[in-house]
Ligand binder design. Sequence first.
Ligand code: 8LQ
Length: 473
Amino acid sequence: MEDWSFPPAYNSSYLPDPSQRFWYPKRETMDPGAREKAILERIREVMAYAYAKAPFYKNKWDEAGIHPSHIRSLEDFEKVPVVTKQELRAAQERAEPFGDYLCIPENEVHRVHGTSGTTGRPVIFSIGKNDWDAIGNAHARIMWSFGIRPGDMVFIGALFSLYIGSWGILAGSERMRAKSFPFGAGAAGQTAIAARWLKLAKPKAIYNTPSYALHLAEVAREEKIDPREFGIKIMMCSGEPGGSIPAIRNKLEEIYGAKVIDCGTMAEMTPWMSSAGNSETDLGMVLWQDIVYHEVCDPKTFMRVPYGSQGTPVYTHLERTSQPMIRLASGDLTMWESGPAPCGRTYPYLPKGLYGRIDDMFQIRAENVYPSDIEAIVAGMPEYGGEHRVIITRAGQMDELFVQIEASPGIYQAGDAAIADLRAKAATLLQRGIGVRAKVEVLAPNTLERAQHKARRVIDDRNLFASLQQDRT
Ligand code: 8LQ
């Protein structure tokens, strides 16, 4: 069936006719039951392969009393213990540098990437040549669903270093035979230069984080360029929530006049685009189950939750031979629906994208609050100036929630009454939306730092407060 095997072996010169909706029509529109049968076969192959090649998996599964031959259904597969990021880090400490889950000889590693965080021990991603080709194929296939076609220019406005997002887009864009423009981001002054280049080159598509897209628009305006002059038709967003939050998506679509497409799983899960929106829907992300098998699970038992319910994604590579991830726990939060997805592909989908992380949730006076809920509320206000911060603190015995919001230039210039109105309106909307009273502070436009990559908007200083209390006693 359309070159589906493990290990993958794709025809690198295949390109659909540009008028074709689907890259692999059979695989994308097949009966879900038949697909699940084939996925099970792939899972058994990947597991047998990993069991033979990686002490990491052999030891983990032996300990759990599980052998790849035991997996006779997708329900059996739910009993396979999940892999955590901590385990991967420990495996790399044990077997430096790639960890004992590298399943190819070290000298066959073709690309090395790593976690882009700045704290803690970094984790290395190693990718073989065949895997890199399959990643390009998978991303080209998914970018086809975004409406990108051979010859279109794809501008990559994201970091080109450890962050694999940019490289994954480049691989897909090159496989597609698009015009790749690997511009990058993050260097001093680079955003203003990006604005000038975008105006000049007028790419069909751009890739960025949602935060960076907002920042780029502000910088472009400072350069007296309207982002609509870039002529962008497709904006691919990944890396953080935003592309599926209606307030952010609508704002980006309005600013750029482009269609915003949300995508992204995790760097470890490259081809990381296996959950992605497309040109034919505004509804969150489609799960490309034949590339990476997605399960949305109960965060405690890691058994699948029924369609229509919330849970955490657990991912399994079906096309990776270098560091295949088999039931990697993401820690993200989402809700899934059974297919067919609105675009006609018979995959399940995430109607609201990935909207938070289990560990991002904080409790304020016994209410569970997600930063993305606050973002959706404040960024949806027309008076919003483009940035905000959430500060959780403790005054006496009570948790307090502070939300700092930049006002738009118009509101700020209008003076005290307009600012007071914004403060009151934001407090009311927050109370209604998250069920918690928040103290709102209105700031001048451009007060807060802009993210060049993924934004961090929450400051929880309750621990600081607790340690100060302890020092005093
Ligand atoms: N994360 C990534 N994409 C997201 C999205 N579309 N919506 C909400 N949260 C998202 C290279 C790709 O961007 C994937 C990537 O960012 O990999 P990382 O750096 O390993 O970060 C993964 C985390 O980013 C996910 O677990 C989500 O929390 C977030």
